[in-house]
Write a protein that binds this ligand. Structure first.
Ligand code: HEC
Length: 150
C-alpha cells in the first residue's frame, strides 16, 4: 500500500519534467523567432531625449536627458562639475540663493564669471522653454536627492 504512493507520484514527476523540457524548448523557439522584438523595445524607451520623439507619444523632454545634452559637458554628468564649470550641488546653487529664475536667465543669456574661476557660461543654444523647465526640475530633484556640498 505504501509503495503505491511512490509508484503513483513518480510518473507525475516524470511528466512534469517532460513538460518543463518541452516548455523550455518552446520558449527557446519563441525567443529565437522574436529575437528582434526585445531589441528595439528598450531603444524606444530611451528615445525621448531625441527632440523628434516618437509617433506614439508627444515629445515631452526628459530633464535628465536635457541635462546630459546641454549641461553635463561643463557641470559634469554627475552634476559635480568639470574643469569647465562648477558643481550644481554647490550650496551656492540652493534655491534660495539661485532660484529657478536665475537658472532661466543663466541658460538663456549665459552668465559672467563671478562665483568661480571657470570663465563665463555662454548662453545655451537651441534649448526650448519646455526643455529649460524640465532641466531645472531635474537639477532641483537631484539637489534634493544628493544634498548640497560646500
Ligand atoms: C560651456 C560650459 C557650460 C555649459 C554648457 C553650461 N554651463 Fe552653467 N555655468 C558655467 C560656468 C563656467 C558657470 C559659473 C559662472 C560663475 O559664477 O563664475 C556656470 C553657472 C551656472 C549657473 C549659475 C548662474 C548664476 O547666476 O550664478 C547656473 C544656474 C547654470 N550654470 C546652469 C546651467 C544649466 C542648467 C546648463 C544646461 C542647460 C548649463 N549651465 C550649461 C558653464 C556652463
Amino acid at each position: 500500500m505504501h509503495g503505491s504512493v511512490i509508484v503513483r507520484t513518480l510518473p507525475a514527476i516524470l511528466a512534469a519534467c517532460a513538460f518543463a523540457v518541452a516548455c523550455g524548448a518552446d520558449t527557446n523557439d519563441a525567443t529565437d523567432s522574436l529575437t528582434p522584438a526585445p531589441g528595439p523595445a528598450p531603444a524606444t524607451s530611451t528615445a525621448p531625449p531625441s527632440p523628434t520623439g516618437t509617433a506614439a507619444a508627444p515629445a515631452v523632454p526628459d530633464g535628465a536627458a536635457v541635462y546630459q545634452q546641454y549641461c553635463a559637458e561643463c557641470h559634469g554628468v554627475d552634476l559635480r562639475g568639470t574643469d569647465k564649470g562648477p558643481s550644481q550641488l554647490s550650496i551656492i546653487y540652493e534655491p534660495n540663493h539661485h532660484g529657478d529664475y536665475a537658472y532661466r536667465v543663466a541658460i538663456r543669456d549665459g552668465t559672467r564669471e563671478h562665483h568661480w574661476w571657470f570663465g563665463d557660461m555662454p548662453p545655451v543654444e537651441d534649448i526650448t522653454d519646455l526643455e529649460i523647465e524640465k532641466v531645472i526640475s531635474f537639477i532641483r530633484a537631484e539637489q534634493q536627492r544628493l544634498g548640497f556640498e560646500q
